[in-house]
Design a protein around this ligand. Sequence first.
Ligand SMILES: Nc1ncnc2c1ncn2[C@@H]1O[C@H](COP(=O)(O)OP(=O)(O)OP(=O)(O)O)[C@@H](O)[C@H]1O
Ligand SMILES: [Mg+2]
Length: 613
Amino acid sequence: MRVHQLPETLINQIAAGEVIERPASVVKELVENAIDAGARKVEIATAAGGKALIRVIDDGMGMDADDLTLAVRRHCTSKIDQRLDDISTLGFRGEALPSIGSVARLTLRSRPHNTPHANEVSLAGGVLAPLRPAAANQGTTVEVRDLFFATPARLKFLKSDRAETAAITETVRRIAMAFPAVRFTLSGPDRSTLDLPATGEDRLARIAQVLGAEFAANTIALDAAREEVGLAGHVGLPTWNKANSLSQYAFVNGRPVQDKQILTAIRAAYSDTLPRGRYPVAVLWITLDPALVDVNVHPAKSDVRFRDPGLVRGLIIGAIRQALLAGGDRASPSASVGLAQAFRSPQNAAGSAPVEPFRPGFAGSFASRSPAGGWQATTSPSRPLNGVGTGFSEPAQPEIAETAMPSARSDDSSTDLSTVENPLGAARTQIHENYIVAQTRDGLVIVDQHAAHERLVFERFKTALRAGKVASQILLLPEIIDLPEDDCDRLAERADDLAEFGLVLERFGPGAIAVRETPAMLGEADVAGLVRDMADEIAEWDSSTGLRDRLEAVASTMACHGSVRSGRRLVTEEMNALLREMERTPGSGQCNHGRPTYIELKLSDIEKLFSRR
Ligand SMILES: Nc1ncnc2c1ncn2[C@@H]1O[C@H](COP(=O)(O)OP(=O)(O)OP(=O)(O)O)[C@@H](O)[C@H]1O
Ligand SMILES: [Mg+2]
């Protein structure tokens, strides 16, 4: 075949292959056009997941007859002129409308300010219908019907109506978050209506509309800058985590993006406070000179390329970590509001449903603060030992005689209140062999000693690593552990990494590993359990798991096994030592799994419970 110029419709269909992947992409392009046209109100309607119909009505500046005819032609745009390095609009490629019109039935009806009537133009499968007058309010209405009717191959790849409907909702939420001054409505027979009234300059109010009213209470604001790059936003407390990354929103100079580099930077910032597979909530606005970022990377414009990616990554990680350090302790104390509700007075409880068990992890009355389902007291490696995993869930001790509580203890020295002024107060007693009850100046603190200790061991590992090799202790007899062959391979491959942590092991024939040294910090550790967990951990690594992630994962796995204090009775001095170390250790408000390590109940809350206030 000879080289020849392709027909215009085919060119547009090829372009549509990249820009218009699914109905949500059409919605994105049309809503972005409405915003670029200065709309204050954008009404979106869809049917059958956007496959049958997508209609976007805006009250923006509109187009006159000449603009309308040009708008549906390829490479026609009002948004850029000569240069690509100073883009302040969402669109600039001049290809969205002709692409849509080449694969669907597109109608544009528009009426600019101060004109007596509207005009209409249509493009169906690339075939243009002549311009004609129409009746419409000021602004623009765009209708897209029968998406992909002209490219049936693409039609086959679409997901169910329900999935496409959900993707459209997600797209609208993302754009809406970036433009709080614009009102958005999204409706149709395929969905429940989403109405987001304008909130003006108030970004937080818009975020609350999109992500729920609990957003503000569960996030920390940040505001940082490095060189010429600014970063503002809100990041979630580690205890408020999600099962996917959909609750992470990033905007570069106001443009909603779903950029991989930004998402990985967010993940890295939380790497030692969240377990694998859990995702933080984050809303970040990055601002920089438009010349320092290229938005012309992909036709869908959801990726960007920074001139200095390292700078942006460092800024994101640094600012989030800082915010978490400064606000991290909030994780637990603010839970006391919900905690107060978890208690019921005997009158209320009598004859009614059984008192809801009060569980570590707070699965009950303040589920929104709990680590969202991913964690279970009975399966977590950091569960308290000795079968006390259900914490306080046994019925309240009924008789006075029993309130001596066999598993509660206090000794005389616990009346020493000299440390009560410290943030975590003076240890008074230990109950159920895992919870330290401490008295503070204006309330009480309950510490999950296992979770707290795990965090402290983790931090100690990190400190020791920074200072050089972690001290190990040589086992008198090497411990031989039977393991599946591929686990042995993985461990042997990572033997050098593990030795850095003081875990010295080698292959011991087929299907076995010999452990010669263990990290001194762990004391009498369950070596077999540790090595098995480590093998599981390593199995999850792939080529993209960076060194830092690997080190943190090893430290975290080891810390789980190093928390020997769980289920162990502590004397007051030990308890106080733990509290003081927690106060000194940054980020000790939650364990490595994102759960709180302690909760605080203010005296005022206690008084409320007893109706004294
Ligand atoms: N809702 C609208 N209101 C007013 N003008 C519009 C509207 N939608 C499109 N236009 C005009 O039509 C032109 C073409 O739109 P189109 O979306 O195809 O390209 P673009 O927005 O310029 O670039 P991109 O392909 O990156 O979206 C726009 O530049 C704009 O002038
Ligand atoms: Mg556009």
